[in-house]
Design a protein around this ligand. Structure first.
Ligand code: KG4
Ligand code: ZN
Length: 389
């Protein structure tokens, strides 16, 4: 089955075509035929965070060129001998004029590609951004007569971590998934494919949000995670005695639950920053290091406690923050010591948002024929895993 994934939940626009077969757990195999991605991060960096309406417009501009690239890479972009007549898409695309302007000529120029289903992220995410992908998927579904599956963004992150280049990594259930991204921090118990129970989550800021906000306090650009990580690594390589006295709290570390809280940690960083004005370079490095240490300690120790409590032989890390080397290394070190569980992580280049993860997650539902009528699709900004349909 050839499935086209579309992702627009935050500030990455992605279109990906895969060819997949089998079912999760039974001979699941896939080939990536074309995978195109455009990041808006540099644009949002000027404002220090993602602006939903700016993200929406950029998605609308990016999707048709990305589709063209993905289809070309897949060898699936054939020009028509004569321009085709295109159904009236105005009602679907009236809120995305930049998209309509490009999509109509595209549909007139290219043959309908061999695609069996479209998977589009319908949540969670920024609703104005999600709507662009949804309306794009609806327009393609109508123009090409292809069924749609509504896809959960977080399930996409999980799929990417349990997949290797062509299928699934070997692992055992129950699995515990730690999803750490710009919008989410969740511990999810998976007893089987598609069965999710959220056993813990953040009570305030998401882990990635905390990295981004602390980076901003230190005058570093958005997205802050990779910047903090770079400074922290440099501070670890060259520790300075006078700055290593900085101590930040480990929120909720000892509480008897699987929830997280990061806003107090961010406030503690703000106090340190205010007390050390003007901030020296050494101090920036030291704060980045202590913040990353504090966030990592809480994340790793609460996840391991949950894995022990639920006797899970598998731990899955997913979401943009799972690109963080220090967090991954700390998990590997802790798990190796006691041979506690197998750790599954996403390929570093695909830890942040992309459309491959949506094509993979979408496939698992398309193969079960869980299609939805295009006009019933809607953005679900805060939908939880397992509750999409
Ligand atoms: O999953 P993602 O691409 O988007 C959401 O679904 O939110 O995650 C983006 C988040 C941002 O907050 C970014 O700062 C963080 O992932 N991030 C990192 C690293 N790379 C990306 N955080 C810590 N360390 C990193 N290396
Ligand atoms: Zn994400």
């Amino acid at each position: 089955m050839r499935i086209l994934g579309i992702e627009t939940s935050c500030d990455e626009s992605g279109v990906c075509l895969i060819d997949a077969s089998g079912m999760c757990g039974i001979d699941f195999k896939f080939d990536i035929l074309g995978n195109a991605l455009a990041s808006q991060a540099a644009l949002h960096a000027q404002y220090g965070g993602v602006f939903p309406n700016l993200a929406k417009r950029e998605h609308a501009k990016a999707l048709v060129p990305l589709l063209e690239t993905a289809l070309r890479d897949a060898g699936a972009a054939s020009l028509r001998p004569h321009p085709a007549t295109v159904p009236d898409l105005h009602t679907i695309l009236m809120r995305e004029p930049e998209l309509q302007e490009q999509l109509e000529p595209f549909l007139k120029t290219y043959e309908r590609p061999a695609i069996d289903a479209i998977a589009v992220t319908t949540g969670p995410g920024l609703e104005p951004a999600l709507w662009v992908g949804i309306n794009f998927a609806r327009a393609l579904a109508i123009a090409w007569d292809i069924p749609i599956v509504a896809t959960n963004h977080m399930e996409g992150h999980i799929m990417l971590s349990i997949a290797n280049e062509t299928g699934l990594k070997p692992f055992e259930f129950p699995a515990l998934a730690l999803l750490i991204s710009g919008g989410h921090t969740e511990l999810v118990l998976m007893r089987a494919f598609g069965e999710y129970e959220i056993i813990g989550q953040t009570r305030d800021d998401a882990a990635g949000e905390a990295f981004d906000k602390v980076a901003r306090l230190l005058g570093l650009p958005y997205p802050g995670g990779p910047e903090i990580s770079r400074l922290a690594a440099s501070a670890r390589a060259h520790p300075r005695g006078d700055t290593s006295r900085i101590q930040l709290p480990r929120p909720m570390l000892r509480e008897d639950n699987f929830d997280f809280s990061f806003s107090g940690l961010k406030t503690a960083v703000r106090r340190v920053v205010e007390a050390h004005q003007p901030l020296s370079n050494e101090m920036k490095l030291a704060i980045a290091r202590e913040f990353e240490d504090a966030a990592t300690e809480v994340i790793v120790s609460k996840t391991l406690r949950a894995a022990e409590h639920f006797c899970t032989p598998t731990i899955i890390l997913g979401g943009g923050v799972s690109a963080n080397t220090h967090i991954k290394d700390s998990f590997f070190a802790a798990l190796q010591k006691d041979n506690l569980a197998t750790l599954l992580t996403p390929p570093p280049a695909l830890a942040t948002d992309n459309a491959l993860m949506i094509a993979l997650a979408g496939y698992t539902h398309a193969v079960q024929k869980e299609f939805v009528e295009p006009h019933t699709l809607k953005a679900q900004g805060h939908v939880q895993l397992g509750l999409q349909r």
